[in-house]
Design a protein around this ligand. Structure first.
Ligand code: C2E
Ligand code: MG
Ligand code: MG
Length: 263
C-alpha cells in the first residue's frame, strides 16, 4: 500500500510538470459508419510521453488528474489541441467538412467556472461547423453535476456542440432520465461489445440499448469492436457507428492525416 501511495505521489508530481512541459500528446481513433464503413469522425485520446517511463496510457493518470484537480487544465489543453488540429484538417482536406471530432471531458472540467469561457475562445479561434464538435461525458456525470446538469448541457447546445454519453451501460443512469437531457449520441461500452459472440446476456442488453436508443432518436456508437463477428452482429442489429481495433487503433495526428487524405 505504501508503495502504491508513493507511486501515485510521484505520478502526481510528474503530471504537474508534464502539463507545462509539453509531455502530453494527442492520439486520434477514427470511427466508422457500420452500414458502408465510411469514416464518420475521430475521438481524441490523450497520451503522456514520460521522459523516463515512456508512453503512459490515460488509465494510469486520468484518475490522479481528477483527484488532484489537474484534470481541468488537462482537459482544456486537450480540447484546444484537438480543435486546432481538426480545424487545420478542415482547411487541408475537402472531405473533412462532414466529419465529427469527439473529445472526452470530465465532470470536474465541465462544471469548472472557467470552462465555458475557454470553450467560447476556442470556438472563435477554430470555428467548426454545427455539430462537428462532440463532447464525450461518462454516464456518472449526471450524479456528479446534479442540478447544474441541464443548464450546462443547454449552454453547450446553444454553442452547437453535441453530447455523447461514453461507456453507456456501465453506470446506473436510465434512458428515460437521459432523454430529458439534450443528448445526441450513446457509446455502448466495450464490455458489452467484446462478448457479443458468446454471451447471450450481452447480446440481449446491446439489442435492448439499440432499440431504445433508436426509438429515442440517438445515434449509437459501439466501442471496442475487435472481430468481424462482432461487427456483423452490430450491423445486423442496426447499430449506426463503430470504433475499435478491427478498424484502427488510436494513432498520432500524422497517421490520421493519411487516413483523411484517402477519405
Ligand atoms: P474512452 O473514452 O471510453 O476511450 C476508449 C478507450 O478504449 C481508449 O483507451 C481506446 O484506446 C480503447 N479502445 C478503442 N478500441 C478498442 C478495442 O477494440 N479494444 C480495446 N481493448 N480497447 C479499445 P485509452 O486511450 O487508454 O483511454 C482510456 C480512457 O481514458 C478513455 O476511455 C477516457 O475515459 C479517458 N480519456 C482519454 N483521453 C482523455 C481526455 O483527454 N480527457 C479525459 N477527461 N479523459 C480521457
Ligand atoms: Mg470516449
Ligand atoms: Mg468509452
Amino acid at each position: 500500500m505504501y508503495e502504491q501511495v508513493l507511486e501515485r505521489l510521484h505520478l502526481e508530481h510528474d503530471l504537474r510538470h508534464a502539463l507545462s512541459h509539453g509531455e502530453l500528446q494527442l492520439f486520434y481513433q477514427p470511427f466508422f459508419n457500420l452500414a458502408d464503413q465510411q469514416l464518420v469522425g475521430m475521438e481524441s485520446l490523450v497520451r503522456w510521453q514520460h521522459p523516463e517511463r515512456g508512453l503512459i496510457l490515460p488509465g494510469a493518470f486520468i484518475s490522479i488528474a481528477e483527484d488532484t484537480g489537474l484534470i481541468v487544465d488537462l482537459d482544456k489543453w486537450v480540447l484546444e489541441q484537438a480543435c486546432r488540429q481538426f480545424w487545420l484538417w478542415q482547411q487541408q482536406f475537402q472531405g473533412a467538412a462532414n466529419l465529427i471530432l469527439s473529445v472526452n471531458v470530465s465532470a470536474k472540467t465541465l462544471k469548472h467556472p472557467s470552462f465555458l469561457h475557454h470553450l467560447s475562445r476556442i470556438q472563435q479561434q477554430y470555428p467548426l461547423g454545427r455539430g462537428q464538435l462532440v463532447l464525450e461525458l461518462t454516464e456518472s456525470i449526471a450524479l456528479e453535476l446534479g442540478s447544474e446538469m441541464l443548464s450546462l448541457l443547454e449552454s453547450l447546445r446553444e454553442r452547437h456542440i453535441e453530447i455523447s454519453i461514453d461507456d453507456f451501460g456501465t453506470g446506473y443512469s436510465c434512458l428515460s432520465y437521459l432523454h430529458s437531457l439534450p443528448i445526441h449520441h450513446l457509446k455502448v461500452d466495450r464490455a458489452f461489445v467484446q462478448q457479443l459472440e458468446d454471451n447471450q446476456r450481452n447480446l440481449k442488453i446491446t439489442k435492448m440499448i439499440l432499440v431504445l436508443a433508436q426509438e429515442l432518436g440517438y445515434r449509437v456508437i459501439a466501442e471496442g469492436i475487435e472481430t468481424h463477428e462482432q461487427l456483423h452482429i452490430l450491423q445486423r442489429l442496426g447499430c449506426d457507428y463503430g470504433q475499435g481495433y478491427l478498424f484502427a487503433r488510436p494513432m498520432p495526428a500524422e497517421a490520421l492525416a493519411s487516413l483523411l487524405k484517402a477519405h
